[in-house]
Ligand binder design. Structure first.
Ligand code: ADE
Ligand code: ZN
Length: 326
């Protein structure tokens, strides 16, 4: 439609996308075969049928299993390139992608293999698609603080290639405070800080993320709306929220997309952005997230322009780069 063409034509940055979550079933099969691995599924259709989730943990269990086919540098490069092709087709021009090194190092894949492959894909995407990107390393919050510190240590030779550190995986029971020291160490290395908070966890976790961890952005942040003082604080600080509507729907954070809070967030003056989170698992890449939400909650063209502008304003590009690209 007209509106789809309009949104595709808006320059957009994606700020919340886990590269392991862009692994499509077709590529999963291809990599399993290439690496001589057996999958517990017989077909692409069977895999897609397994993607029915009741909550975040349901999804994470299958997401970590899927990542098991990623073995070589070439695998990570192919994964990244496939994502950037989809992003470019959606009119995305910049992405700050998450990766979960512990998911790979814990099964014997070297940190360097993971990052070299991803960087090769990012480099080729910039050259062939004109899409720029940055890398954000995520600590898995279900693991302990020592493991986060060990991961940060492995990242030290690569600090010029990593813009920031994030926090993902099972939220409830693993508050941001658990990693306050690891994040302080990351900040001392010059890294930006983000954290998933308020996806399933309570407003208290969002408070911790801003006051204790001092994040530069909040990933999700939906449940912040339950706390008026917290909402006011996020508005006053101009904190960017990287919201993921189709993810929220698939993980049952909202019962229907019609009741998604994105429009309310914009009306409250929150710096919300639209993102795909784990597009291969949640049924839509960046443009589909914009369009499905626009239809469901009634976003105006003005709202859509605001969302696209917020994505660059909230990015880790330099102020000069932002001015050039918004
Ligand atoms: N890892 C990948 N996607 C995630 C999400 N939506 N929440 C927490 N951890 C994740
Ligand atoms: Zn996420």
């Amino acid at each position: 439609t007209d509106l789809t063409a309009f949104v595709r034509g808006l320059p957009k940055a994606e700020l919340h996308m886990h590269i392991e979550g862009s692994l499509e079933p077709e590529l999963m099969f291809e990599l399993a075969e290439r690496n001589g691995l057996a999958l517990p599924f017989k077909s692409v259709e069977e895999i897609r049928a397994a993607y029915a989730f009741s909550n975040l943990q349901d999804f994470l269990d299958i997401y970590y299993q899927g990542a098991g086919v990623l073995i070589t540098e070439a695998d990570f490069k192919d994964l990244a390139l496939a994502y950037f092709r989809r992003l470019a087709a959606d009119g995305g021009t910049h992405a700050e992608i998450f990766f979960d090194p512990q998911t790979h190092t814990d099964r014997g894949i070297a940190f360097d293999v993971v990052i070299k492959g991803l960087l090769a894909g990012m480099d080729e995407a910039e050259k062939t698609l004109g899409v720029t990107s940055k890398l954000i390393l995520c600590f898995l919050r279900h693991l302990d603080e020592d493991a986060a510190f060990a991961t940060l240590e492995q990242a030290k030779p690569w600090l010029a290639e990593i813009v920031g550190v994030g926090l993902d995986s099972s939220e409830v029971g693993h508050p941001p405070a658990k990693f306050a020291r690891a994040f302080q160490a990351a900040r001392d290395l010059g890294l930006k800080i983000v954290a998933h908070a308020g996806e399933e966890g309570p407003p208290a976790y969002v408070w911790e993320a801003i006051d204790l961890v001092k994040v530069d952005r909040i990933d999700h942040g939906n449940r912040a709306l339950e706390d008026e003082a917290l909402t006011a604080r996020l508005v006053r600080d101009g904190t960017t929220l990287t919201v993921c509507p189709l993810s929220n729907l698939k993980l049952c954070g909202v019962k229907t997309l019609e009741e998604h809070p994105l429009k309310r967030m914009l009306d409250l003056g929150l710096k919300a952005t639209v993102n795909s989170d784990d597009p291969a698992y949640f049924g839509g890449y960046l443009l589909e997230n914009y369009m499905a939400t626009a239809t469901a909650v009634g976003l105006t063209r003005e709202d859509l322009v605001t969302l696209a502008k917020n994505s660059f304003a909230g990015s880790f590009l330099s102020e000069a780069e932002k001015a050039e690209r918004i």
